[in-house]
Design a protein around this ligand. Structure first.
Ligand SMILES: [Zn+2]
Length: 305
Protein backbone atom coordinates (compact mmCIF):
# COMPACT_ATOMS: atom_id res chain seq x y z
CA UNK A 1 0.00 0.00 0.00
CA UNK A 2 1.20 3.50 -0.76
CA UNK A 3 -0.15 6.37 1.38
CA UNK A 4 -1.43 9.40 -0.52
CA UNK A 5 -2.18 12.36 1.72
CA UNK A 6 -4.92 14.47 0.24
CA UNK A 7 -7.90 16.61 1.26
CA UNK A 8 -10.63 18.26 -0.78
CA UNK A 9 -9.74 21.35 1.26
CA UNK A 10 -6.77 21.78 -1.10
CA UNK A 11 -9.27 22.77 -3.79
CA UNK A 12 -10.19 25.88 -1.78
CA UNK A 13 -7.01 27.79 -2.59
CA UNK A 14 -8.65 29.73 -5.42
CA UNK A 15 -6.43 31.29 -8.03
CA UNK A 16 -9.11 32.67 -10.35
CA UNK A 17 -10.02 31.78 -13.91
CA UNK A 18 -7.20 31.01 -16.33
CA UNK A 19 -4.50 30.49 -13.70
CA UNK A 20 -2.35 27.44 -14.52
CA UNK A 21 -2.00 26.47 -10.85
CA UNK A 22 -5.65 25.62 -10.22
CA UNK A 23 -7.76 23.13 -8.26
CA UNK A 24 -8.47 21.13 -11.43
CA UNK A 25 -4.87 19.89 -11.34
CA UNK A 26 -5.61 17.94 -8.18
CA UNK A 27 -8.98 16.76 -9.44
CA UNK A 28 -7.29 15.33 -12.54
CA UNK A 29 -4.68 13.50 -10.47
CA UNK A 30 -7.19 12.10 -7.95
CA UNK A 31 -9.45 10.91 -10.78
CA UNK A 32 -6.54 9.20 -12.53
CA UNK A 33 -5.37 7.51 -9.32
CA UNK A 34 -8.88 6.21 -8.60
CA UNK A 35 -9.08 4.76 -12.11
CA UNK A 36 -5.55 3.30 -12.09
CA UNK A 37 -5.00 -0.45 -12.38
CA UNK A 38 -3.31 -0.28 -8.96
CA UNK A 39 -6.03 1.90 -7.37
CA UNK A 40 -6.67 -0.61 -4.57
CA UNK A 41 -3.05 -0.28 -3.47
CA UNK A 42 -3.42 3.39 -2.58
CA UNK A 43 -4.15 4.23 1.05
CA UNK A 44 -5.87 7.62 1.01
CA UNK A 45 -5.23 9.68 4.15
CA UNK A 46 -6.58 13.03 5.26
CA UNK A 47 -4.00 15.47 6.64
CA UNK A 48 -4.03 16.18 10.37
CA UNK A 49 -6.07 19.33 11.09
CA UNK A 50 -3.81 22.29 11.77
CA UNK A 51 -5.39 22.80 15.20
CA UNK A 52 -4.14 19.33 16.19
CA UNK A 53 -0.54 20.19 15.26
CA UNK A 54 0.65 22.65 17.92
CA UNK A 55 4.25 22.58 16.67
CA UNK A 56 3.30 23.63 13.13
CA UNK A 57 3.64 27.37 13.67
CA UNK A 58 7.11 27.14 15.20
CA UNK A 59 8.24 24.95 12.29
CA UNK A 60 6.73 27.45 9.85
CA UNK A 61 8.74 30.20 11.52
CA UNK A 62 11.97 28.26 11.04
CA UNK A 63 11.43 28.82 7.32
CA UNK A 64 9.52 32.11 7.13
CA UNK A 65 9.67 35.49 8.82
CA UNK A 66 6.88 36.37 11.26
CA UNK A 67 6.15 39.46 9.15
CA UNK A 68 5.55 37.37 6.02
CA UNK A 69 3.33 34.84 7.80
CA UNK A 70 1.32 37.70 9.32
CA UNK A 71 1.02 39.47 5.97
CA UNK A 72 -0.29 36.34 4.26
CA UNK A 73 -2.87 35.86 7.02
CA UNK A 74 -3.97 39.46 6.72
CA UNK A 75 -4.36 39.34 2.93
CA UNK A 76 -6.52 36.21 3.23
CA UNK A 77 -8.55 37.68 6.10
CA UNK A 78 -9.26 40.77 4.01
CA UNK A 79 -10.80 38.60 1.30
CA UNK A 80 -7.72 38.02 -0.86
CA UNK A 81 -5.14 39.76 -3.00
CA UNK A 82 -1.83 39.14 -4.75
CA UNK A 83 1.70 38.52 -3.45
CA UNK A 84 3.05 39.15 -6.94
CA UNK A 85 1.55 39.13 -10.41
CA UNK A 86 1.62 35.31 -10.50
CA UNK A 87 0.65 34.54 -6.95
CA UNK A 88 -2.93 35.11 -5.87
CA UNK A 89 -4.14 34.66 -2.31
CA UNK A 90 -7.82 33.88 -1.82
CA UNK A 91 -9.85 34.17 1.36
CA UNK A 92 -9.12 30.53 2.24
CA UNK A 93 -5.53 30.42 1.00
CA UNK A 94 -3.83 30.98 4.35
CA UNK A 95 -5.73 28.12 6.00
CA UNK A 96 -5.27 25.86 2.98
CA UNK A 97 -1.54 26.60 2.86
CA UNK A 98 -1.24 25.71 6.55
CA UNK A 99 -3.11 22.45 5.90
CA UNK A 100 -0.71 21.72 3.04
CA UNK A 101 2.20 22.12 5.46
CA UNK A 102 0.43 19.75 7.85
CA UNK A 103 0.07 17.22 5.03
CA UNK A 104 3.81 17.38 4.25
CA UNK A 105 4.57 16.89 7.97
CA UNK A 106 2.21 13.90 8.08
CA UNK A 107 4.09 12.59 5.07
CA UNK A 108 7.35 12.76 7.01
CA UNK A 109 5.76 10.84 9.89
CA UNK A 110 4.36 8.10 7.68
CA UNK A 111 7.57 7.62 5.69
CA UNK A 112 9.74 7.45 8.80
CA UNK A 113 7.29 5.04 10.49
CA UNK A 114 6.80 2.68 7.55
CA UNK A 115 10.24 3.18 5.96
CA UNK A 116 8.41 3.24 2.65
CA UNK A 117 7.44 6.02 0.23
CA UNK A 118 4.40 8.28 0.55
CA UNK A 119 2.95 10.97 -1.72
CA UNK A 120 1.56 14.33 -0.61
CA UNK A 121 -1.05 15.56 -3.05
CA UNK A 122 -1.45 19.12 -1.81
CA UNK A 123 -1.53 22.67 -3.08
CA UNK A 124 -0.48 25.47 -2.99
CA UNK A 125 3.03 24.38 -4.02
CA UNK A 126 6.05 25.69 -2.13
CA UNK A 127 9.48 25.62 -3.72
CA UNK A 128 9.56 29.25 -4.90
CA UNK A 129 8.40 30.68 -1.54
CA UNK A 130 11.25 32.49 0.18
CA UNK A 131 11.62 33.33 3.85
CA UNK A 132 10.09 36.74 3.44
CA UNK A 133 8.07 36.46 0.23
CA UNK A 134 5.70 34.11 -1.52
CA UNK A 135 6.14 34.03 -5.29
CA UNK A 136 5.69 31.85 -8.37
CA UNK A 137 2.36 30.30 -7.21
CA UNK A 138 4.00 29.29 -3.89
CA UNK A 139 3.00 30.40 -0.39
CA UNK A 140 4.89 28.31 2.20
CA UNK A 141 8.12 26.37 1.73
CA UNK A 142 6.58 22.93 2.28
CA UNK A 143 9.68 20.90 1.46
CA UNK A 144 12.04 22.94 3.66
CA UNK A 145 9.57 22.89 6.56
CA UNK A 146 9.20 19.11 6.16
CA UNK A 147 13.01 18.79 6.26
CA UNK A 148 13.24 20.87 9.45
CA UNK A 149 10.54 18.70 11.01
CA UNK A 150 12.26 15.48 9.98
CA UNK A 151 15.49 16.61 11.63
CA UNK A 152 13.62 16.81 14.95
CA UNK A 153 12.77 13.11 14.76
CA UNK A 154 14.89 10.36 16.36
CA UNK A 155 17.53 8.81 14.13
CA UNK A 156 17.27 11.50 11.46
CA UNK A 157 20.56 13.32 11.03
CA UNK A 158 20.50 14.18 7.33
CA UNK A 159 17.68 15.03 4.93
CA UNK A 160 18.10 15.41 1.19
CA UNK A 161 15.71 17.31 -1.05
CA UNK A 162 15.60 16.43 -4.75
CA UNK A 163 13.70 19.06 -6.74
CA UNK A 164 12.81 17.75 -10.19
CA UNK A 165 10.30 20.50 -10.98
CA UNK A 166 11.35 22.18 -14.23
CA UNK A 167 11.88 25.46 -12.39
CA UNK A 168 14.67 26.07 -9.90
CA UNK A 169 13.45 25.97 -6.31
CA UNK A 170 14.94 29.31 -5.33
CA UNK A 171 12.94 29.43 -2.10
CA UNK A 172 13.86 25.98 -0.86
CA UNK A 173 17.51 26.58 -1.68
CA UNK A 174 17.63 29.95 0.06
CA UNK A 175 16.01 28.52 3.19
CA UNK A 176 18.16 25.39 3.54
CA UNK A 177 21.52 26.27 1.99
CA UNK A 178 23.05 27.26 5.34
CA UNK A 179 21.98 23.96 6.95
CA UNK A 180 24.71 21.31 6.85
CA UNK A 181 22.18 18.61 7.71
CA UNK A 182 20.11 19.33 4.59
CA UNK A 183 21.22 18.74 1.01
CA UNK A 184 19.34 20.36 -1.86
CA UNK A 185 19.61 19.23 -5.47
CA UNK A 186 17.68 20.76 -8.34
CA UNK A 187 17.51 19.89 -12.01
CA UNK A 188 15.79 22.59 -14.00
CA UNK A 189 15.47 24.35 -17.30
CA UNK A 190 17.93 27.21 -17.60
CA UNK A 191 17.41 29.94 -18.54
CA UNK A 192 13.89 29.96 -17.18
CA UNK A 193 11.86 31.38 -14.29
CA UNK A 194 12.95 32.36 -11.64
CA UNK A 195 16.47 32.89 -13.03
CA UNK A 196 18.39 31.32 -10.12
CA UNK A 197 19.98 27.87 -9.98
CA UNK A 198 23.36 28.30 -11.64
CA UNK A 199 25.74 25.37 -11.22
CA UNK A 200 28.04 27.73 -9.32
CA UNK A 201 25.48 28.00 -6.48
CA UNK A 202 26.76 25.28 -4.13
CA UNK A 203 25.36 26.21 -0.69
CA UNK A 204 27.29 27.25 2.41
CA UNK A 205 28.51 23.69 3.02
CA UNK A 206 28.73 22.35 -0.53
CA UNK A 207 25.29 20.99 0.30
CA UNK A 208 23.60 22.35 -2.83
CA UNK A 209 23.83 20.87 -6.32
CA UNK A 210 22.23 22.72 -9.19
CA UNK A 211 22.01 21.01 -12.57
CA UNK A 212 20.71 23.47 -15.16
CA UNK A 213 19.63 22.00 -18.51
CA UNK A 214 18.95 23.83 -21.78
CA UNK A 215 15.41 24.19 -23.13
CA UNK A 216 14.40 21.24 -25.29
CA UNK A 217 16.18 18.62 -23.18
CA UNK A 218 14.71 15.12 -23.22
CA UNK A 219 15.57 12.03 -21.19
CA UNK A 220 18.75 11.44 -23.20
CA UNK A 221 20.05 14.73 -21.78
CA UNK A 222 18.81 14.06 -18.26
CA UNK A 223 19.97 10.46 -17.89
CA UNK A 224 23.76 11.01 -17.96
CA UNK A 225 23.42 13.87 -15.48
CA UNK A 226 21.28 11.73 -13.19
CA UNK A 227 23.91 9.02 -13.27
CA UNK A 228 27.08 11.12 -13.11
CA UNK A 229 26.03 13.99 -10.85
CA UNK A 230 22.65 13.94 -9.21
CA UNK A 231 22.42 10.46 -7.75
CA UNK A 232 26.08 10.27 -6.66
CA UNK A 233 25.55 13.59 -4.83
CA UNK A 234 22.45 12.29 -3.07
CA UNK A 235 23.97 8.88 -2.37
CA UNK A 236 27.11 10.40 -0.87
CA UNK A 237 25.00 12.50 1.48
CA UNK A 238 23.46 9.30 2.91
CA UNK A 239 20.11 10.87 3.74
CA UNK A 240 17.89 9.39 6.45
CA UNK A 241 14.96 10.80 4.47
CA UNK A 242 14.69 11.85 0.83
CA UNK A 243 12.12 14.54 0.07
CA UNK A 244 11.22 14.95 -3.59
CA UNK A 245 9.81 18.29 -4.72
CA UNK A 246 7.86 16.50 -7.41
CA UNK A 247 6.90 18.95 -10.10
CA UNK A 248 5.91 17.56 -13.46
CA UNK A 249 6.29 20.61 -15.67
CA UNK A 250 9.31 19.24 -17.58
CA UNK A 251 6.83 17.16 -19.57
CA UNK A 252 6.83 17.86 -23.31
CA UNK A 253 3.12 18.70 -23.11
CA UNK A 254 3.51 21.22 -20.30
CA UNK A 255 2.53 24.77 -21.29
CA UNK A 256 4.89 26.61 -18.90
CA UNK A 257 8.30 25.28 -19.92
CA UNK A 258 10.12 23.86 -22.92
CA UNK A 259 11.47 20.48 -21.88
CA UNK A 260 10.67 17.17 -23.56
CA UNK A 261 10.21 14.55 -20.86
CA UNK A 262 7.44 11.95 -21.08
CA UNK A 263 5.42 10.71 -18.10
CA UNK A 264 7.26 7.37 -18.00
CA UNK A 265 10.55 9.25 -17.55
CA UNK A 266 9.41 10.14 -14.04
CA UNK A 267 9.21 6.40 -13.39
CA UNK A 268 12.92 6.25 -14.21
CA UNK A 269 13.63 9.18 -11.86
CA UNK A 270 11.73 7.28 -9.17
CA UNK A 271 13.78 4.14 -9.76
CA UNK A 272 16.96 6.13 -9.17
CA UNK A 273 15.51 7.51 -5.90
CA UNK A 274 14.53 4.02 -4.73
CA UNK A 275 18.13 2.99 -5.34
CA UNK A 276 19.15 5.43 -2.59
CA UNK A 277 16.47 4.71 0.00
CA UNK A 278 12.86 3.64 0.33
CA UNK A 279 12.30 6.47 2.82
CA UNK A 280 11.05 8.92 0.19
CA UNK A 281 8.43 11.62 0.63
CA UNK A 282 7.11 12.85 -2.71
CA UNK A 283 5.25 16.18 -2.60
CA UNK A 284 3.55 17.84 -5.54
CA UNK A 285 5.01 21.09 -6.87
CA UNK A 286 4.24 22.17 -10.47
CA UNK A 287 2.83 20.45 -13.56
CA UNK A 288 0.17 22.18 -15.61
CA UNK A 289 -0.91 19.85 -18.40
CA UNK A 290 -3.58 17.74 -16.73
CA UNK A 291 -3.05 14.57 -18.75
CA UNK A 292 0.75 14.36 -18.58
CA UNK A 293 0.65 15.56 -14.96
CA UNK A 294 -1.70 12.75 -13.96
CA UNK A 295 0.19 10.12 -15.93
CA UNK A 296 3.47 11.24 -14.39
CA UNK A 297 2.13 10.99 -10.84
CA UNK A 298 0.87 7.50 -11.72
CA UNK A 299 4.31 6.55 -13.07
CA UNK A 300 5.94 7.79 -9.87
CA UNK A 301 3.58 5.94 -7.56
CA UNK A 302 3.48 2.71 -9.56
CA UNK A 303 7.27 2.31 -9.24
CA UNK A 304 6.96 2.55 -5.45
CA UNK A 305 4.38 -0.23 -5.05
ZN1 LIG B 1 7.64 24.48 -11.90
Amino acid sequence: MLPVIYSDEFLNHKTGNYHPENPERLIAIVTALKEATFAEKIAWREPTPVADKPSLMSLLLQAHSPAYVRKLGEIAASGGGYLDGDTPVSANSYDVALLAVSAWLDGVDVVLTTENPAFVLARPPGHHAESDAGMGFCLFSNAAIAAFYALEQPDVERVAILDWDVHHGNGTQAIVEDQPQIAYCSLHQYPCYPGTGKASERGYHNNVLNVPLPPGSDITAYRPLLESKIFPFLQNFQPDLLIVSAGYDANAADPLASMNLLPEDYGLFTDYCLGITRKILFGLEGGYDFSSLSQSVLATIERCL
